[in-house]
Design a protein around this ligand. Structure first.
Ligand SMILES: C[S@@+](CC[C@H](N)C(=O)[O-])C[C@H]1O[C@@H](n2cnc3c(N)ncnc32)[C@H](O)[C@@H]1O
Length: 247
C-alpha cells in the first residue's frame, strides 16, 4: 500500500514536471519548419537503402523521418535553451544519426558526436548532415579517448552505453554507481570547461519502469545532479547547482 502511494506520488511529480517543461518550451518557440527547409528530405529518405544494417542487425527507428526527429530535437534544444546563448562547443555521446547536433549547428553551435560504427546508417546520416563524429565505444571504468578540446556542453540522449546486456541468469546488466562515478569524474576533469554542463537523458527500462532506481538517484544526487523526470544535469563543478537555462 505504501509502495503504491509512493508510485502515485512519483507519477504526479513526473506529470507536473512534464507540464512545466511544455510551459517553458512555449515561452521560446522554435520553428521546426525553418530547420526542415534546410534538409533535402528526398536525399535523406534514400540513405537507408545505401546504408543497410549489417547482417543480423535489426533495423531500428525510422531515422530518415526528418519531421519526427527534428521535432524531437527541437524540444531537446528548447529544454537546454540552446536557441539563445552565444555559440557553444557541444559533444554528443552516442550521437546516432546526428539530428541533435544538426539542430544545434542550425543555431550556430559547434558539435562533435561520439558513437560506435556498428550502424552504417548513422555514418551516412551524420555525413549528410555535416556532423563531425569520433568513432569510439564507451566502456565502464575506461577513460574516454583524448578529444583534444574542452566543451561547454556534453550530452547523451536516450543513453544506451551503460547497458551491458543480459547476464547468464537472464537479468539485465548495467553500469553500477561506481561505473557512473568514474564516467562523471572523467567527463568533469578532462572534457568540461569550468562552466560546462553534462546532460544525460534516459529511456524507461525494458520493463517500462523509471530509469532512476533509488540507488541510482542517490548516486547521481551525490554527484550534484539536478534530476528532472528521466533527465540529469550536472555542472562541471560538483558544488555548483546546474542550470538548464545558462548564459
Ligand atoms: C538509442 S540510440 C540514441 C541515438 C541518439 N542519441 C538519439 O537520441 O537519437 C543510442 C546510441 O548510443 C550508441 N551507443 C550504444 N552503446 C554505446 C557505447 N558503448 N559507446 C558509444 N556509443 C554507444 C548507439 O550506437 C546509438 O547511436
Amino acid at each position: 500500500m505504501r509502495f503504491a502511494r509512493k508510485i502515485d506520488k512519483l507519477f504526479s511529480i513526473e506529470l507536473f514536471q512534464s507540464l512545466w517543461e511544455h510551459l517553458r518550451r512555449s515561452t521560446h518557440p522554435i520553428s521546426a519548419r525553418k530547420i526542415l527547409a534546410t534538409i533535402d528530405r528526398e536525399k535523406l529518405a534514400a540513405l537507408p537503402e545505401r546504408y543497410p544494417p549489417r547482417a543480423g542487425a535489426r533495423k531500428i527507428n525510422a531515422y530518415e523521418d526528418a519531421v519526427y526527429w527534428v521535432g524531437v530535437n527541437v524540444r531537446r534544444v528548447q529544454d537546454l535553451w540552446l536557441d539563445r546563448p552565444a555559440p557553444l562547443r557541444i559533444l554528443d555521446l552516442g550521437c546516432g544519426p546526428g539530428y541533435f547536433l544538426y539542430v544545434c549547428q542550425f543555431f550556430g553551435h559547434q558539435g562533435l558526436g561520439l558513437d560506435t560504427d556498428e550502424n552504417p546508417l548513422f555514418g551516412g546520416i551524420t555525413e549528410f548532415f555535416g556532423v563531425r563524429r569520433v568513432i569510439s565505444r564507451i566502456n565502464p571504468q575506461t577513460p574516454l579517448p583524448e578529444l583534444e578540446e574542452k566543451f561547454d556542453l556534453i550530452t547523451g540522449h536516450r543513453v544506451c552505453f551503460h547497458r551491458l546486456g543480459r547476464g547468464p541468469d537472464g537479468e539485465w546488466k548495467e553500469w553500477t554507481p561506481v561505473d557512473w562515478k568514474f564516467f562523471i569524474h572523467d567527463i568533469r576533469t578532462r572534457f568540461l570547461k569550468p562552466n560546462g554542463r553534462l546532460f544525460l537523458e534516459f529511456n524507461p527500462r525494458p520493463d517500462g519502469s523509471f530509469f532512476f532506481t533509488p540507488e541510482l538517484r542517490a548516486c547521481f544526487q551525490t554527484e550534484g545532479a539536478r534530476i528532472v523526470r528521466s533527465k540529469a544535469l550536472f555542472a562541471a563543478d560538483p558544488n555548483r547547482r546546474p542550470r538548464f537555462k545558462q548564459g
